[in-house]
Design a protein around this ligand. Sequence first.
Ligand SMILES: Cc1ncc(COP(=O)(O)O)c(C=O)c1O
Length: 298
Amino acid sequence: MSLIPFDDRDGFIWYDGGLVPWREAKLHVLTHALHYASAVFEGERSYGGRIFKVREHNQRLLDSAKILGFEIPYSVEAIDAACYEVLKANGITDGYVRPIAWRGSEMMGVSAQQSKIHLAIAAWQWPAYFSPEARMRGIRMMWAPWRRPAPDTAPTKSKAAGLYMICTLSKHAAEQSGYADALMLDWRGQIAEATGANIFLVQDGKVHTPTPDCFLDGITRRTVIDLARKAGMTVIERAIMPEELASTQEVFITGTAAEVTPVAEIGPHRFQVGQITQRLVGDFDKTVRAGGSAASAA
Ligand SMILES: Cc1ncc(COP(=O)(O)O)c(C=O)c1O
């Protein structure tokens, strides 16, 4: 696979208030965020020129920063507009949008009270994460070697860069063993989430999903809960132990990148891509593609 490095592309990135040429969107090696993980980010997706739930994502970005003790110096309206400006400048209609905010280089040490806060937004083409056929066969997952930390051990409600250290380690472990992703337990041994997506289980026609008390309450997760309830399904948020996979018929994961992706296998357990999963894959696709032009979206 030939990779096009992300620092060597044509286009524009929004950086601290305006667009700069893609290759010039740089920062110094003595940046607090690089050394101490003082960064928060979002992953958003544009469908036909409309960013799905752009306001919720950018509000979560502001909230994530507050949880890490810093204030992003832009309003949510300004960040929404900047996301659309980036899409337009790069000629993207179907793509991924990545805002990131971080503490700069004024102070180098654990304390960074005087550091400047930066915000950048990039976007790139991203038609589909999995091909429709591969997605509907269901992905294979293994158990992650790392657990999600307790909410008094890490700022688990923030989409903070530092929380992804164990996700990258777990995803690499899965890929190196031939799996698509890894399923993480939490600090108590309950099922938590995948490395970049939430999880749902179907048991006897009812939809169950772990209570997000120590991991991200995904925007896709909340959308899928609404869609399931609208379709007349029962959705139960509760603590789920890994042994329950033995009495689970369907499993799927949800996220901005994964959308609704069926899971065929976790450890020794096998699942069907059943009717409930298929229905929610379809309903989610319709929802993200509904809503018309970019102008009506923000
Ligand atoms: C760790 C983690 N959990 C869950 C999600 C799903 O969140 P959302 O649906 O808001 O994209 C993501 C994706 O951002 C993630 O990185």
